[in-house]
Design a protein around this ligand. Structure first.
Ligand SMILES: [Mn+2]
Length: 313
């Protein structure tokens, strides 16, 4: 029986460009449990954080994505030794060297943006050291973003300061390090409803294909606000690449690979894949006891508040 030949496909009336692929990782907390001079010989989890950062970036080093966005908290706290900053930037610089642009949002653990300004000198490594917008002309992508802001009341004004409205491209992404209304964190499933630290859904404008954010350590996607109204764009949290506290003991850890299509109002998210990373189970309670109240406080912080974070992590 002769093989049937597939009929030639009719040319599309408007040839669709291939989707743009974006790898999103966040909250790598490099330097966590990695003392320079250890006072005990207990096993350290610090190397796990570096290993998972490298694993998450492997598709980028292999050229399988067009862009990388790091949603912040690259480091485990804001003041660290210079050699740790170098070690933490190295995985990102290798991606940039491989030809893939990298965008970094300063989180609550790296307010010393000057350090990045001085060290992150690479034509393909870009830091949202202030509210600003970058454009990748060849890809037709604009990326707007701002560093972590402790008071979300300033959010709407700072978003305008990125200049995003004047930078419209076929695909537009918003990059943040914030808790957004409806986000969830911790073992007791704390829901961010409002208050000082929470970005309100009504402050998110139309015009973005997706909003990419660090800060919440649980991987999650928000598509509606607390009243059930559809958000103007999905808010995507890849979550942390490892467990930074006991509150995260049952969470899967990983990173996201997105596919974005050009279109009106900043394009559209057409694909989103969570790629799980290996993690060591947390089998013992935190060293200073686990009263339920403390555990709940950790939930409310989203396992990542600036004050507690700098002090304890
Ligand atoms: Mn964090």
């Amino acid at each position: 029986m002769p093989l049937e030949r597939a009929a030639p496909r009719a040319p599309a009336s408007t040839p669709a460009a291939a989707p743009v692929r974006v790898l999103v990782l966040s909250d790598t907390h490099l330097g966590f449990d990695l003392p320079v001079r250890a006072r005990s010989t207990r096993p350290r989890r610090g190397p796990d954080f570096f290993a998972n950062t490298e694993r998450a970036l492997a598709p980028a080093r292999a050229g399988e994505v067009d862009l990388v966005v790091h949603g912040g908290d690259l480091l485990f706290r804001s003041r660290v030794r210079p050699s740790l900053v170098d070690a933490a930037l190295a995985p990102l610089l290798r991606v940039a060297d491989a030809g893939v642009p990298v965008y970094l949002v300063p989180g609550n653990h790296e307010r010393s943006a000057l350090t990045y300004g001085l060290l992150a000198r690479h034509p393909r490594l870009h830091v949202f050291d202030r509210p600003r917008t970058f454009v990748e002309e060849e890809l037709g992508v604009a990326l707007s973003g701002l560093p972590f802001v402790a008071s979300a009341r300033r959010f709407a004004r700072l978003l305008e300061a990125t200049g995003w409205r004047a930078a419209a491209r076929p695909i537009h992404l918003l990059c943040l390090h914030q808790a957004v209304e409806g986000g969830r964190a911790g073992f007791h499933d704390h829901v961010f409803r409002g208050g000082e630290e929470t970005v309100r859904a009504r402050d998110l404008p139309r015009g973005f294909a997706a909003i990419l954010s660090g800060h919440l350590h649980r991987a999650q996607t928000l598509i509606q606000d607390l009243a059930g109204r559809r958000l103007p764009a999905p808010v995507l949290y890849p979550g942390s690449i490892e467990r930074t506290s006991f509150a995260e003991r049952e969470e899967r850890k990983g990173y996201l690979v997105l596919e974005l299509a050009a279109g009106p109002e900043g394009g559209a998210l057409v694909g989103c894949r969570f790629v799980e990373l290996p993690t060591r189970p947390l089998s013992s309670p935190p060293p200073r006891g686990t009263p339920r109240a403390r555990s709940r406080r950790a939930d409310r912080r989203g396992a990542s508040s600036s004050r507690a974070g700098s002090r304890r992590r």
